[in-house]
Write a protein that binds this ligand. Structure first.
Ligand code: WQD
Length: 337
């Protein structure tokens, strides 16, 4: 059975391609290589021995999307990762985000709505909750006014999918990720941030390796036990496996609604200092860091209530924070080695 993975050479996309292949799916990747490289294909093949088809195209080109679906009439499901995802960049360049994250989604859905039925998995984010009032966060927590154009594109994307599913053969599952970290245990694929990492864990591993002098901890004056902000750090392989389960749910027509939503996290919150200490424990290195003022737009706390995914998908994140960080550190050493 052939599955389209957009952004399949990216961080979460490549790990999901591996898990799809492990489950016997044939994978077609669409990627414009704007935030990834063809080298990732070698890593995928090194793990599974199977070469996915790669179509290098930009989903912002409507005609390219139309041509793709003319060429591949037998796509049974789409997992849509391709999007810009840097919160800070989205504030500086909102139209880049609205064009890339919304137009591409629309062109994909326009092709899928022409089919009798289509299965669509959407990469969403816990960022749609903003600072939720209650922890842990459930799927029916209120959607807050987006804190960034990036977050807004995820909210708008969910609304577009919901509206289209009502009047078409599209069945969709919206997956709201918490904080994806780590790398495949083989260290054949992992996170490849371009330039200065925006996210905490790649910045930590680069600092640990000596590529960065010091980690800036954005604020220790939050109302938390140690004053630093809390997030739910989930291993990227656990996240990838959830995508395969969600896709199988749709393909096997087990879904109970046209659109279903699931939080994907570990259900455990970890502070920035706890992440630093976990790195120091798994690496045996002292991490140089300094406390600086809070980062604009950051929230205090977010961690998932995972009951729905546990019960309905039969999925649960397995890796601990230390295991996830150890895999990220192994990857950092491999690519810099
Ligand atoms: C985590 C914590 C920072 C860097 C964002 C998006 C989310 C997803 C993941 C795409 C925060 C602190 C960070 C640093 C620090 N994006 N931090 N020093 O902001 O929770 O989530 O990235 O999939 O949708 O919203 O992740 O890793 O940037 O920050 O102190 O150098 O680490 O303040 O408390 P975030 P993050």
């Amino acid at each position: 059975m052939r599955i389209l993975v957009t952004g399949g050479l990216g961080f979460i996309g490549s790990h999901t391609v591996v898990e799809l292949q492990n489950e016997g799916f044939e994978v077609v990747i669409i990627d414009n290589l704007s935030n990834s490289s063809e080298e990732v294909l070698k890593g995928i093949v090194a793990i599974t021995g199977k070469m996915p088809i790669l179509e290098k195209l930009d989903l912002r080109e409507k005609s390219s999307v139309q041509d793709f679906f003319k060429k591949y009439q037998d796509i049974k499901g789409v997992i849509h990762f391709a999007a810009s995802k840097a919160v800070g960049e989205s504030v500086e360049n909102p139209l880049l985000y609205y064009e890339n994250n919304i137009s591409a989604l629309i062109y994909l859905l326009q092709e899928l709505e022409q089919k009798q039925e289509a299965n669509f998995i959407f990469s969403s984010s816990c960022t749609v909750y903003g600072q939720a009032e209650t922890m842990p966060i459930t799927e029916n927590a209120s959607i807050q006014i987006a804190m960034s154009p990036y977050g807004n594109t995820k909210q708008i994307g969910e609304e577009i999918i919901t509206d289209v599913a009502k009047v078409s053969g599209i069945n969709a599952i919206l997956l709201r990720y918490f904080n994806p970290i780590g790398s495949h245990p083989s260290a054949e694929i992992g996170e490849l941030p371009i330039g200065v990492p925006q996210n905490l864990v790649p910045f930590i591993t680069q600092t640990g390796f000596g590529l960065r002098d010091v980690l800036s901890v954005y604020g220790d004056d939050y109302p938390t036990a140690d004053g630093t902000a809390i997030r739910d750090y989930i291993h990227v392989v656990d996240l990838a496996k959830a995508h395969v389960i969600a896709l199988q749910r749709l393909v096997n027509k087990k879904n109970e609604n046209k659109v279903e939503t699931f939080n994907l996290g570990t259900g455990k919150g970890s502070s920035v200092l706890e992440v630093i200490h976990a790195f120091e424990k798994v690496s045996g290195k002292k991490l140089p860091y300094k406390i600086v003022p809070r980062r604009e737009g950051d929230i205090t706390e977010a961690y998932a209530n995972t009951d729905k995914a546990n019960k309905i998908l039969g999925w649960k994140a397995k890796s601990t924070l230390e295991e996830s960080i150890a895999s990220a550190w192994k990857w950092e050493q491999k690519i810099r080695g």
